[in-house]
Design a protein around this ligand. Structure first.
Ligand SMILES: [Mn+2]
Length: 382
């Protein structure tokens, strides 16, 4: 299951939609907590107790299936595998971890501890006693595996997306958490599982990817305190960061050069705050012999553009299908744009699946940004 790559990249701040067919993006992170005060307050004591009871109540030979979202990013895989390793420490022997779609782990995440627990979705236990779902804002992000939550076993959901509908039997959804890994660490603590280097490395990858290497507003004191606990196990942040963020095939470097060279700046869009965008086609990938995951990092140089509040990368996934990533520096609620166009995400990081030509997709974004800038004042505080 750790074979060739594709799918998501570990590094970027907000993973957003990566695949046609998934209707909601699940951006890893970014500035989710900016909306924290408005979103639900997070898990109650009763929720935590129910989650602990679900794990502690497993029969001696209980079977646990852990699932994360399609095209898993650092938080999805890291929180899932870190928690799985914790369950193993608790003595849970029959563990499987999986995600929908091709069983390919993105190259930057192939060093994660616990990868040996991964199985292709086709081999996932059809009737586990406990299903635990990570970083998926909605059941649709679980593909065919969503059906496992309806089985006779208990379904436990760990997530940090404010839009999470609470589709499990027990839901630990904390919109104020910088990453699902924050929720996972808390549950491990309540289960009495001590952190070891393996668990810590998984959770560190999750936390650092979802906070953009601790650069986003989601990086609260609590995030640094958690990072300190993880680092205290002896893991090497330099090695991890190089592997996860700072490594790219030369072909991808050249591909970026080409794609960045065609970026357009439209200062008048987004209510005069500016829009910058570019796109990458399947042909671009083929010419440079690159896998789709390398494009996950493309939003980072694009969003550096000082003259634009909104940045956008449009990645072709099929002839007329595009995975669209949107970012804002703060003046624009891009989740509203994404939701209006069939996707989702956070206020400063969101995405959707676009259909048609690039020009048609961009025009729809411009139009929604105009709606947004008209209504923006009204719900600025809302
Ligand atoms: Mn996440």
């Amino acid at each position: 299951m750790t074979a060739p790559s594709s799918g998501a990249r570990a590094g970027s701040e907000a993973a957003v939609l990566r695949q046609p067919g998934s209707d909601r993006s699940a951006p890893a992170a970014s500035a989710a907590p900016a909306d924290g005060a408005l979103a639900s307050a997070g898990p109650t004591e009763a929720d935590w107790s129910a989650a602990v009871a679900a794990v502690r109540g497993l029969p001696a030979d209980g079977r646990v299936l852990l699932i994360c979202h399609v095209n898993p990013d650092g938080d999805a895989l890291g929180s899932m595998l870190g928690f799985a390793l914790g369950l193993r420490r608790l003595g849970v022997g029959r563990l499987q971890a999986t995600f929908p779609g091709p069983p390919e782990v993105p190259e930057p995440l192939r060093g994660l501890p616990g990868l040996e627990l991964l199985v292709p979705e086709t081999e996932a236990d059809p009737e586990p006693d406990l299903v635990i779902c990570f970083d998926a804002a909605s059941e649709s992000r679980l593909g065919a595996l969503a059906g496992r939550l309806a089985g006779k076993g208990i379904a436990l959901v760990l997530d940090h997306h404010a839009s999470n509908s609470g589709f499990g039997d027990v839901n630990l959804v904390d919109p104020a958490a910088a990453a699902t890994a924050v929720v996972a660490e808390q549950l491990l603590d309540r289960l009495g599982v001590p952190l070891d280097a393996g668990i810590a490395e998984c959770l560190y990858v999750a936390l650092s990817t979802d906070t953009g290497s601790f650069r986003f507003d989601a990086t609260t004191p609590a995030v640094h305190e958690m990072a300190a606990r993880l680092l205290a196990t002896g893991i090497r942040p330099g090695d991890i960061s190089r592997r996860v963020f700072d490594s790219r095939p030369f072909g991808a470097v050249r591909l970026f050069g080409e794609v960045l060279g065609r970026a357009r700046l439209e200062p008048e869009e987004a209510g005069g705050q500016g829009l910058v965008w570019t796109y990458a086609t399947l042909d671009d990938l083929a010419r440079h012999e690159q896998r789709p995951y390398v494009l996950e990092a493309l939003i980072d140089p694009v969003r550096c553009t000082a003259e634009a509040d909104v940045s956008c990368v449009i990645k072709q996934t099929a002839p007329d299908v595009w995975a669209v990533s949107l970012r804002s520096k703060g003046a624009t609620d891009v989740s509203r744009v994404a939701v209006a166009l069939g996707g989702g995400g956070h206020r400063l990081a969101a995405g959707f699946t676009g259909r048609g030509t690039v020009d048609e997709v961009v025009e729809r974004i411009r139009a929604q940004l105009r709606v947004g800038s008209r209504d923006g004042g009204a719900d600025q505080q809302g």
